[in-house]
Write a protein that binds this ligand. Structure first.
Ligand SMILES: NC(=O)c1ccc[n+]([C@@H]2O[C@H](COP(=O)([O-])OP(=O)(O)OC[C@H]3O[C@@H](n4cnc5c(N)ncnc54)[C@H](O)[C@@H]3O)[C@@H](O)[C@H]2O)c1
Length: 293
Protein backbone atom coordinates (compact mmCIF):
# COMPACT_ATOMS: atom_id res chain seq x y z
CA UNK A 1 0.00 0.00 0.00
CA UNK A 2 1.35 3.44 -0.94
CA UNK A 3 2.18 5.92 1.78
CA UNK A 4 0.70 9.31 0.94
CA UNK A 5 1.57 12.47 2.80
CA UNK A 6 -1.17 15.11 3.12
CA UNK A 7 -0.10 18.52 4.43
CA UNK A 8 -2.84 20.78 5.78
CA UNK A 9 -4.68 17.57 6.61
CA UNK A 10 -6.67 19.31 9.36
CA UNK A 11 -8.38 21.69 6.90
CA UNK A 12 -11.65 21.32 5.02
CA UNK A 13 -10.26 19.52 1.97
CA UNK A 14 -7.93 17.35 4.05
CA UNK A 15 -10.83 16.22 6.21
CA UNK A 16 -12.84 15.12 3.16
CA UNK A 17 -9.82 13.35 1.65
CA UNK A 18 -9.10 11.49 4.87
CA UNK A 19 -12.60 10.05 4.80
CA UNK A 20 -12.58 9.31 1.07
CA UNK A 21 -9.10 7.75 0.88
CA UNK A 22 -9.24 5.74 4.13
CA UNK A 23 -8.16 2.14 3.55
CA UNK A 24 -6.82 2.93 0.08
CA UNK A 25 -3.53 4.46 1.18
CA UNK A 26 -1.46 4.63 4.34
CA UNK A 27 -2.08 8.30 5.08
CA UNK A 28 0.60 10.38 6.72
CA UNK A 29 -1.18 13.47 7.94
CA UNK A 30 0.67 16.67 8.60
CA UNK A 31 -0.44 20.06 9.88
CA UNK A 32 0.69 22.95 12.04
CA UNK A 33 -2.18 22.06 14.35
CA UNK A 34 -2.16 18.81 16.28
CA UNK A 35 -4.43 16.15 14.76
CA UNK A 36 -5.59 12.84 16.11
CA UNK A 37 -4.80 10.05 13.62
CA UNK A 38 -7.39 7.34 12.96
CA UNK A 39 -6.39 3.69 12.39
CA UNK A 40 -4.39 3.52 9.13
CA UNK A 41 -3.09 7.07 9.60
CA UNK A 42 0.00 8.56 11.20
CA UNK A 43 0.59 12.17 12.12
CA UNK A 44 3.63 14.44 11.82
CA UNK A 45 3.25 17.92 13.24
CA UNK A 46 5.10 20.27 10.90
CA UNK A 47 5.24 23.91 9.87
CA UNK A 48 5.53 24.05 6.10
CA UNK A 49 7.42 27.32 6.46
CA UNK A 50 10.23 25.35 8.12
CA UNK A 51 12.37 23.26 5.73
CA UNK A 52 13.59 20.90 8.46
CA UNK A 53 9.99 20.11 9.39
CA UNK A 54 9.20 19.40 5.76
CA UNK A 55 12.24 17.16 5.38
CA UNK A 56 10.94 15.13 8.31
CA UNK A 57 7.40 14.98 6.94
CA UNK A 58 8.33 13.93 3.40
CA UNK A 59 10.79 11.16 4.31
CA UNK A 60 9.85 7.79 2.80
CA UNK A 61 6.51 8.69 1.22
CA UNK A 62 5.37 7.52 -2.23
CA UNK A 63 3.29 10.58 -3.06
CA UNK A 64 2.66 13.95 -1.51
CA UNK A 65 -0.63 15.89 -1.61
CA UNK A 66 0.26 19.45 -0.70
CA UNK A 67 -2.81 21.17 0.73
CA UNK A 68 -1.21 23.06 3.62
CA UNK A 69 -1.22 26.82 3.50
CA UNK A 70 -3.20 30.02 3.76
CA UNK A 71 -6.37 29.25 1.85
CA UNK A 72 -7.97 32.68 1.28
CA UNK A 73 -7.03 36.28 0.53
CA UNK A 74 -5.20 37.86 3.44
CA UNK A 75 -2.19 39.79 4.65
CA UNK A 76 0.91 39.46 2.50
CA UNK A 77 3.09 38.24 5.37
CA UNK A 78 0.74 35.30 6.03
CA UNK A 79 0.57 34.38 2.36
CA UNK A 80 4.31 34.81 1.92
CA UNK A 81 5.08 32.56 4.87
CA UNK A 82 2.63 29.74 4.22
CA UNK A 83 2.19 29.79 0.44
CA UNK A 84 5.46 31.07 -0.98
CA UNK A 85 8.11 29.96 1.54
CA UNK A 86 5.95 26.97 2.55
CA UNK A 87 5.36 25.88 -1.03
CA UNK A 88 9.06 26.13 -1.88
CA UNK A 89 9.88 24.00 1.17
CA UNK A 90 7.29 21.43 0.14
CA UNK A 91 8.78 20.93 -3.34
CA UNK A 92 12.38 21.18 -2.16
CA UNK A 93 11.92 18.71 0.71
CA UNK A 94 10.18 16.27 -1.65
CA UNK A 95 13.07 16.57 -4.14
CA UNK A 96 15.73 16.03 -1.48
CA UNK A 97 13.92 12.97 -0.16
CA UNK A 98 13.41 11.50 -3.64
CA UNK A 99 9.60 11.85 -3.58
CA UNK A 100 8.79 12.05 -7.27
CA UNK A 101 5.02 12.50 -7.27
CA UNK A 102 3.56 15.70 -5.88
CA UNK A 103 -0.03 16.91 -6.13
CA UNK A 104 -0.39 20.62 -5.58
CA UNK A 105 -3.67 22.23 -4.48
CA UNK A 106 -3.76 25.31 -6.65
CA UNK A 107 -6.94 27.29 -7.09
CA UNK A 108 -9.54 28.81 -9.40
CA UNK A 109 -8.19 32.12 -8.01
CA UNK A 110 -5.03 31.65 -10.14
CA UNK A 111 -7.31 32.53 -13.06
CA UNK A 112 -10.06 34.42 -11.20
CA UNK A 113 -9.89 37.54 -13.38
CA UNK A 114 -11.33 35.68 -16.35
CA UNK A 115 -14.90 36.74 -16.92
CA UNK A 116 -17.86 34.53 -16.22
CA UNK A 117 -18.88 34.61 -19.88
CA UNK A 118 -15.59 32.92 -20.84
CA UNK A 119 -14.78 29.22 -20.87
CA UNK A 120 -11.12 28.59 -20.08
CA UNK A 121 -8.91 25.54 -20.30
CA UNK A 122 -5.61 24.57 -18.62
CA UNK A 123 -3.53 26.44 -21.24
CA UNK A 124 -4.88 29.97 -20.70
CA UNK A 125 -2.57 32.69 -19.50
CA UNK A 126 -2.75 33.12 -15.72
CA UNK A 127 -5.00 35.88 -14.35
CA UNK A 128 -4.82 35.80 -10.54
CA UNK A 129 -7.47 37.77 -8.67
CA UNK A 130 -5.66 38.27 -5.34
CA UNK A 131 -2.34 37.93 -3.51
CA UNK A 132 -3.60 34.45 -2.65
CA UNK A 133 -4.13 33.76 -6.37
CA UNK A 134 -0.60 34.95 -7.10
CA UNK A 135 0.75 32.52 -4.50
CA UNK A 136 -1.02 29.67 -6.31
CA UNK A 137 0.51 30.79 -9.62
CA UNK A 138 3.89 30.70 -7.84
CA UNK A 139 3.23 27.09 -6.80
CA UNK A 140 2.29 26.13 -10.36
CA UNK A 141 5.48 27.77 -11.67
CA UNK A 142 7.55 25.99 -9.06
CA UNK A 143 5.90 22.71 -10.07
CA UNK A 144 6.82 23.36 -13.69
CA UNK A 145 10.43 24.07 -12.71
CA UNK A 146 10.73 20.94 -10.56
CA UNK A 147 9.19 18.81 -13.31
CA UNK A 148 11.52 20.10 -16.03
CA UNK A 149 14.70 20.45 -14.01
CA UNK A 150 14.44 17.54 -11.56
CA UNK A 151 12.08 15.17 -13.41
CA UNK A 152 9.50 15.32 -10.67
CA UNK A 153 5.90 14.37 -11.52
CA UNK A 154 3.68 17.30 -10.71
CA UNK A 155 -0.12 17.34 -10.76
CA UNK A 156 -1.60 20.81 -10.21
CA UNK A 157 -5.29 20.79 -9.30
CA UNK A 158 -6.93 24.19 -9.79
CA UNK A 159 -9.61 23.45 -7.24
CA UNK A 160 -12.96 25.20 -7.54
CA UNK A 161 -14.77 24.79 -4.23
CA UNK A 162 -14.89 21.56 -2.26
CA UNK A 163 -18.02 20.84 -0.24
CA UNK A 164 -20.83 18.40 0.31
CA UNK A 165 -23.10 20.91 -1.50
CA UNK A 166 -22.50 24.11 -3.51
CA UNK A 167 -23.15 27.16 -1.34
CA UNK A 168 -23.93 30.01 -3.76
CA UNK A 169 -24.38 30.94 -7.41
CA UNK A 170 -20.63 31.24 -8.10
CA UNK A 171 -20.01 27.85 -6.54
CA UNK A 172 -22.61 26.27 -8.87
CA UNK A 173 -19.99 26.79 -11.59
CA UNK A 174 -16.91 25.66 -9.65
CA UNK A 175 -18.16 23.16 -7.06
CA UNK A 176 -16.49 19.78 -6.53
CA UNK A 177 -17.94 17.06 -4.35
CA UNK A 178 -15.81 15.05 -1.90
CA UNK A 179 -16.00 11.88 -4.00
CA UNK A 180 -15.01 13.75 -7.17
CA UNK A 181 -11.98 15.42 -5.55
CA UNK A 182 -10.99 12.01 -4.20
CA UNK A 183 -11.23 10.58 -7.73
CA UNK A 184 -9.05 13.40 -9.08
CA UNK A 185 -6.47 12.97 -6.31
CA UNK A 186 -6.36 9.23 -6.96
CA UNK A 187 -5.62 9.91 -10.64
CA UNK A 188 -2.89 12.33 -9.55
CA UNK A 189 -1.33 9.63 -7.37
CA UNK A 190 -1.77 6.64 -9.69
CA UNK A 191 -1.58 7.81 -13.31
CA UNK A 192 1.65 6.44 -14.83
CA UNK A 193 2.30 9.35 -17.22
CA UNK A 194 2.31 12.53 -15.19
CA UNK A 195 5.12 14.99 -15.90
CA UNK A 196 3.53 18.38 -15.34
CA UNK A 197 -0.23 18.72 -15.55
CA UNK A 198 -2.77 21.40 -14.76
CA UNK A 199 -6.35 20.21 -14.29
CA UNK A 200 -9.46 21.84 -12.86
CA UNK A 201 -10.80 20.39 -9.64
CA UNK A 202 -14.50 20.63 -10.43
CA UNK A 203 -17.44 18.25 -10.63
CA UNK A 204 -19.41 17.64 -13.80
CA UNK A 205 -21.28 20.94 -13.41
CA UNK A 206 -23.64 22.02 -16.16
CA UNK A 207 -22.77 25.67 -15.35
CA UNK A 208 -19.01 25.16 -15.55
CA UNK A 209 -16.59 27.88 -16.72
CA UNK A 210 -13.88 25.33 -17.50
CA UNK A 211 -12.93 23.15 -20.40
CA UNK A 212 -11.47 20.36 -18.28
CA UNK A 213 -10.37 18.21 -21.21
CA UNK A 214 -6.91 17.72 -19.74
CA UNK A 215 -8.43 16.01 -16.70
CA UNK A 216 -10.74 13.98 -18.96
CA UNK A 217 -7.72 12.87 -21.01
CA UNK A 218 -6.16 11.51 -17.81
CA UNK A 219 -9.31 9.52 -17.01
CA UNK A 220 -11.24 11.89 -14.75
CA UNK A 221 -14.96 11.22 -14.93
CA UNK A 222 -16.73 13.24 -12.22
CA UNK A 223 -20.08 11.90 -11.09
CA UNK A 224 -21.71 14.92 -9.44
CA UNK A 225 -23.37 18.00 -10.97
CA UNK A 226 -24.18 21.13 -8.95
CA UNK A 227 -27.39 21.53 -10.94
CA UNK A 228 -29.05 19.15 -8.47
CA UNK A 229 -28.87 22.01 -5.93
CA UNK A 230 -29.33 24.98 -8.29
CA UNK A 231 -32.96 25.88 -7.49
CA UNK A 232 -32.28 25.85 -3.74
CA UNK A 233 -29.07 27.86 -4.07
CA UNK A 234 -30.53 30.49 -6.43
CA UNK A 235 -33.62 30.99 -4.25
CA UNK A 236 -31.47 32.32 -1.43
CA UNK A 237 -28.89 34.19 -3.56
CA UNK A 238 -28.53 37.94 -2.83
CA UNK A 239 -26.95 40.35 -5.33
CA UNK A 240 -23.32 41.03 -4.46
CA UNK A 241 -20.74 43.62 -5.51
CA UNK A 242 -21.13 44.11 -9.30
CA UNK A 243 -17.37 43.50 -9.85
CA UNK A 244 -17.71 40.14 -8.15
CA UNK A 245 -20.59 39.25 -10.46
CA UNK A 246 -18.49 39.83 -13.58
CA UNK A 247 -15.45 37.71 -12.77
CA UNK A 248 -14.98 34.03 -12.02
CA UNK A 249 -13.06 34.80 -8.82
CA UNK A 250 -16.08 36.50 -7.22
CA UNK A 251 -15.37 38.59 -4.10
CA UNK A 252 -11.63 37.87 -4.32
CA UNK A 253 -11.39 40.42 -7.18
CA UNK A 254 -12.13 43.31 -4.80
CA UNK A 255 -11.60 42.04 -1.23
CA UNK A 256 -8.38 42.66 0.69
CA UNK A 257 -9.22 40.01 3.26
CA UNK A 258 -11.55 37.03 3.27
CA UNK A 259 -12.46 35.18 6.49
CA UNK A 260 -9.94 32.41 7.07
CA UNK A 261 -11.84 29.13 7.59
CA UNK A 262 -9.03 27.73 9.75
CA UNK A 263 -7.30 30.59 11.59
CA UNK A 264 -3.73 29.69 12.41
CA UNK A 265 -2.87 28.91 16.01
CA UNK A 266 -1.15 31.91 17.57
CA UNK A 267 2.56 31.33 17.99
CA UNK A 268 3.45 31.77 21.67
CA UNK A 269 5.71 34.79 22.20
CA UNK A 270 9.07 33.93 23.81
CA UNK A 271 9.01 34.86 27.52
CA UNK A 272 10.77 38.17 28.19
CA UNK A 273 14.19 37.74 29.85
CA UNK A 274 14.54 39.23 33.35
CA UNK A 275 16.41 42.59 33.15
CA UNK A 276 19.53 41.60 35.09
CA UNK A 277 20.00 38.47 32.95
CA UNK A 278 19.40 40.45 29.78
CA UNK A 279 22.11 42.99 30.77
CA UNK A 280 24.55 40.21 31.58
CA UNK A 281 23.85 38.55 28.26
CA UNK A 282 24.51 41.74 26.30
CA UNK A 283 27.80 42.30 28.04
CA UNK A 284 28.90 38.83 26.88
CA UNK A 285 28.20 39.44 23.17
CA UNK A 286 31.31 38.59 21.18
CA UNK A 287 32.55 40.73 18.33
CA UNK A 288 31.47 39.31 14.95
CA UNK A 289 34.34 37.68 13.04
CA UNK A 290 35.01 39.40 9.71
CA UNK A 291 33.25 37.68 6.84
CA UNK A 292 35.43 35.29 4.81
CA UNK A 293 36.01 36.55 1.30
N1 LIG B 1 -11.45 24.48 0.05
C1 LIG B 1 -11.51 24.71 -1.25
O1 LIG B 1 -12.56 24.61 -1.84
C2 LIG B 1 -10.27 25.10 -2.02
C3 LIG B 1 -10.40 25.70 -3.26
C4 LIG B 1 -9.24 26.02 -3.97
C5 LIG B 1 -8.00 25.72 -3.45
N2 LIG B 1 -7.92 25.16 -2.22
C6 LIG B 1 -6.58 24.89 -1.67
O2 LIG B 1 -6.58 23.59 -1.10
C7 LIG B 1 -5.82 23.57 0.10
C8 LIG B 1 -6.69 23.11 1.25
O3 LIG B 1 -7.80 23.98 1.38
P1 LIG B 1 -8.70 23.97 2.67
O4 LIG B 1 -9.98 24.57 2.31
O5 LIG B 1 -8.68 22.62 3.29
O6 LIG B 1 -7.91 25.00 3.57
P2 LIG B 1 -8.04 25.20 5.15
O7 LIG B 1 -7.74 26.63 5.41
O8 LIG B 1 -9.32 24.63 5.63
O9 LIG B 1 -6.87 24.29 5.71
C9 LIG B 1 -5.52 24.61 5.54
C10 LIG B 1 -4.72 23.80 6.53
O10 LIG B 1 -3.35 24.17 6.39
C11 LIG B 1 -2.81 24.30 7.68
N3 LIG B 1 -1.69 25.24 7.65
C12 LIG B 1 -1.73 26.59 7.47
N4 LIG B 1 -0.50 27.10 7.56
C13 LIG B 1 0.34 26.07 7.81
C14 LIG B 1 1.74 25.98 8.03
N5 LIG B 1 2.52 27.06 8.01
N6 LIG B 1 2.27 24.76 8.24
C15 LIG B 1 1.47 23.65 8.26
N7 LIG B 1 0.15 23.68 8.10
C16 LIG B 1 -0.41 24.88 7.86
C17 LIG B 1 -3.93 24.81 8.56
O11 LIG B 1 -3.71 24.52 9.93
C18 LIG B 1 -5.13 24.07 7.98
O12 LIG B 1 -5.38 22.84 8.64
C19 LIG B 1 -5.29 24.98 0.29
O13 LIG B 1 -4.00 25.05 -0.22
C20 LIG B 1 -6.23 25.83 -0.52
O14 LIG B 1 -5.60 27.00 -0.96
C21 LIG B 1 -9.02 24.84 -1.49
Amino acid sequence: MKTVLITGAGGGVGTHLRQQLAGKYALRLSDLRRLKPEPGETFVQADIANLDDMLRATKGVDAFVHLGGYSVEGAWKDILNANIVGCYNAFEAARRNGVKRILFATSNHAVGFYRRDQVIDHRVYIKPDSRYGVSKVFGEALGSLYADKYAMEVFCMRIGNVGTVPIDKRRLSIWISPRDIAQLVTIGIEHPDIRFEIVYGVSNNRRTWYDNSNATRLGYSPVDDSETYAAQVLARERAGDPRAEIYQGGAFVHSEKVDNPTPLPRRRAAPAAPRAVARKATSKVKKKAPAKK
